[in-house]
Each structure stands twice: as structure tokens, then as C-alpha cells.
Design a protein around this ligand. Structure first.
Ligand SMILES: Nc1ccn([C@@H]2O[C@H](COP(=O)(O)OP(=O)(O)OP(=O)(O)O)[C@@H](O)[C@H]2O)c(=O)n1
Length: 391
């Protein structure tokens, strides 16, 4: 039996990036051999074992063959004659298909080291198409390693495009799509993930509400889609919080409904996107606020004291002060695109933060002490906040 370090760990060592988890492949062994060494079996579809001490994952070398459309139908073979090369061949990208033995020697039959040096994301073999999730994985790696200079090989991009045309992408569950999206949002350049998806036609299928933005003209950039991706780039330089990044991505999805917008627009596009993709609530909250109030905040200078208090109430800043900060980061990123990233301060942030402090200083205790009860407390609180802001 031989054990090799494989996948992301080897890639990240070669890229001098932090290694998060270490996956191992075991060649020339049966499940029984690992159980005897004290490993604990965890995999259901194929045998994966946890090391008794490190708890790192050890998988028997295997081949996979697809047996139907989509991700589900896979036939795995993990008999002890499967070679390391066969195991590496079933993997997605050459940079993820390098193995390292116990003497730190690299086994690299698909030239992953060359592709690491040339900064290329290239698929290993035609078997790439057997797993549609790989389309999203490659887009995510393009985002994650963009700052290192990585691009996707033309032949891989063509294959990804073909998988989209063949309808493979529709077979992915919303949960898997969102998991990859969430990871992509967390990279240094999440805008690259979405621009790759757009380039291969996958954005129109997975996130049509975002895709349509590319056909809406915009005065600040050629279209609203490009505007949104620029804002996403800026916001990622400003915060690591995924919720804020997602809100920036969604900030303009309601633009198409602008004509019918009232003070409380029904966020049709956003709701549709969030429901279909099963987006967690914590993401929806700030995205909702961004869709509703970003434009209003840009124009805060023209609002009356009453309108500002209503805005603060609608943001629910009294119970969730961090919502205001999160929303202001989205607005700042948006304004950066409008101002072509020049370094001027975003005035609405200063105005709104000051207004919040003034309104907050109105004492609710005093109102209660003066005998106001029930609904009248809120009415009086609003009146005093408006008065304080009018001064
Ligand atoms: N759809 C997939 C998922 C995984 N892999 C292979 O399994 C390895 C481990 O997968 P995973 O842990 O999901 O990703 P990593 O490449 O380790 O990257 P990360 O740092 O994001 O965990 C990958 O390197 C790749 O060789 C694959 O070929 N196809």
C-alpha cells in the first residue's frame, strides 16, 4: 500500500498558498487494510477513511464513470489494482491532479506543474464533462487565483461552454450551486466568477436576474451588468463579509421594475432569485435593503428630516445598527463605480451616520417618563427625531 498527498494541498504548496485541508489517496489497498491500521470509514458512495490521529481524509484510488445525465449517476471502481495515474486522470484540472509521495517527490502525469508555472486552469481529460459542478469549480478557481495571474485555457472554456449548451448545468441542485457561489463570493475577485459564468452562457441559466443586467444600458459603464461586477470588485476590497458582497451583486436586480416602484417596492427579481437558489436568510436581509435603499442613500442630500427618519426606521437600524454599516459599504462600492474609484469621500455615509447619531440621542426613557404609552411612544419618538434632525 502507498499513500500520496493529492489535490488542493499539493497545488497550494506549489503556489505557496496556505493549505487548509490535506487529502490523501491510497494505492494498492483494500478497505480492510486501512481498517486494520485503525482508520475509520466514512464515505458512502466510495470508501473514504479518516486517519486515526490527524483525521485527514484518505480515499482509495478510484476511477469514476458516468452512468446518466447530471451528477448523480456515477459508477466507481476502487479495486486495489487502480493506479495512481488512473486516479489522477479522473480529476478536474491539471493543477489539481498532482500527487506527492512521502519523499516530497511529485507525480505529475498531466503536467500540472507546468500549468501552475504558466498560470493556466486546464482540464485533465474529456472526463471533465462527467461532473457539471466542475464548470462552477473552474469559474471559482479563476476568481480565487485571478490575482496570481491565472486564466482558463481556451480548450477548457470551450468544453465548459459545451456542457452548458448540452444542458448539464441544469442538473445541479440549488444547494450545490449556492455552495460554490458562496465559496466564490469569498475569493479575492468574486467578479471573475460571474464574468466567467457569463462568458460561457451559464449565468443566464443559473442567475438570469444578474445576466439580464448586461442588457440594460447604464450611463456610468457600458451596461448595468458591468457596473455591478465593478461594484463587486470594489466591495471585495472593502470587506470580507460575504453578505455584503452578495448584496452588492444584487443591488440592481430590481432596476427592471423601477417603473412600478413605490416607496416599498415588491422585490420580485430578488425574491425569485433567493427562493430558487435557496439563499440563506442572513444574505437576503442585506440584499433586500440594498435593493430598496441604495439609490435613496445616494441622494440623501435631497431628503427631508422626515424621509431620513423613515429610512432609518425601514433599515431597522435601532435594533440592528450593523445593518446600516453593511448597507453603507454596498452604497460606497456602488458610488465608487459612479466616481471611477476616485478617492473622494462618500458624502451620504457621513450624512447618514451623523443623522443616525442625532436621531439616536433622542431619549425614549424621557418620552415614557412623560406619560406616553402604547403607539404614542413611537409617534412621539419619530416626531422628536425629526425635530432633532431639522435643527
Ligand atoms: N468536482 C470535483 C471535485 C473535486 N475534484 C478533485 O478532488 C480534489 C479535492 O477536492 P476539494 O477538496 O473539493 O477541492 P480542492 O481542490 O482541495 O480545493 P479547496 O482548496 O477549495 O478545498 C480536487 O483537487 C480535485 O482533484 C474533482 O476532480 N472534481
Amino acid at each position: 500500500m502507498k499513500k500520496y498527498l493529492v489535490g488542493g494541498a499539493v497545488r497550494d504548496i506549489l503556489l505557496k498558498q496556505p493549505v487548509t485541508d490535506r487529502d490523501w489517496v491510497v494505492v494498492g489497498a483494500k478497505p480492510h487494510d486501512l481498517l486494520q491500521e485503525g482508520y475509520v470509514q466514512v464515505g458512502k458512495d466510495f470508501p473514504v477513511f479518516l486517519h486515526p490521529k490527524t483525521k485527514e481524509e484518505y480515499a482509495l484510488a478510484r476511477t469514476e464513470r458516468k452512468s446518466g445525465l447530471g451528477y448523480t449517476g456515477f459508477i466507481c471502481d476502487f479495486n486495489e489494482n487502480i493506479t495512481l495515474q488512473q486516479d489522477l486522470e479522473r480529476r478536474d484540472l491539471t493543477i489539481n491532479a498532482i500527487a506527492m509521495d512521502e519523499n516530497q517527490q511529485l507525480i505529475d502525469p498531466f503536467h500540472g506543474v507546468r500549468d501552475i508555472n504558466q498560470r493556466i486552469l486546464r482540464h485533465v481529460s474529456a472526463a471533465f464533462t462527467e461532473d457539471p459542478l466542475r464548470v462552477l469549480r473552474v469559474a471559482r478557481f479563476a476568481a480565487r487565483f485571478h490575482h496570481l495571474g491565472f486564466t482558463i485555457a481556451t480548450e477548457t472554456l470551450n468544453l465548459m461552454q459545451k456542457m452548458v449548451i448540452d444542458g448539464e448545468i441544469q442538473t445541479l441542485t440549488p444547494e450545490r450551486v449556492w455552495k460554490e457561489t458562496e465559496k466564490a463570493l469569498n475569493t479575492k475577485d468574486p467578479q471573475i466568477f460571474f464574468s466567467v459564468l457569463r462568458e460561457i452562457g451559464a449565468l443566464a441559466i443559473l442567475y438570469p436576474e444578474i445576466d439580464i443586467l448586461f442588457s440594460i444600458p447604464n450611463i456610468h459603464q457600458q451596461n448595468l451588468g458591468q457596473f455591478t461586477l465593478s461594484a463587486l470588485k470594489y466591495v471585495s476590497e472593502m470587506t470580507n463579509e460575504n453578505e455584503i458582497r452578495f448584496a452588492t451583486l444584487c443591488c440592481h436586480v430590481e432596476t427592471i421594475n423601477n417603473a412600478v416602484k413605490s416607496e416599498h417596492p415588491h422585490l420580485i427579481q430578488l425574491e425569485q432569485l433567493c427562493q430558487r437558489c435557496k439563499i440563506p436568510n442572513k444574505y437576503q436581509k442585506i440584499a433586500n435593503l440594498a435593493c430598496r435603499y441604495c439609490e435613496l442613500i445616494h441622494n440623501i442630500g435631497n431628503l427631508s428630516a422626515t424621509e431620513i427618519v423613515t429610512l432609518l426606521n425601514n433599515i431597522d437600524v435601532w435594533r440592528n445598527p450593523h445593518h446600516l454599516q453593511q448597507l453603507l459599504i454596498v452604497c460606497c462600492a456602488d458610488a465608487k463605480v459612479i466616481n471611477h474609484n476616485d478617492r473622494q469621500l462618500y458624502q451620504p455615509k457621513i450624512i447618514l451616520e451623523k443623522a443616525y447619531q442625532i436621531a439616536k440621542s433622542v431619549s425614549i426613557k424621557e418620552i415614557i417618563a412623560e406619560g406616553f404609552v402604547g403607539k404614542d411612544i413611537q409617534i412621539e419618538l419619530n416626531r422628536r427625531r425629526i425635530k432633532a434632525l431639522s435643527n
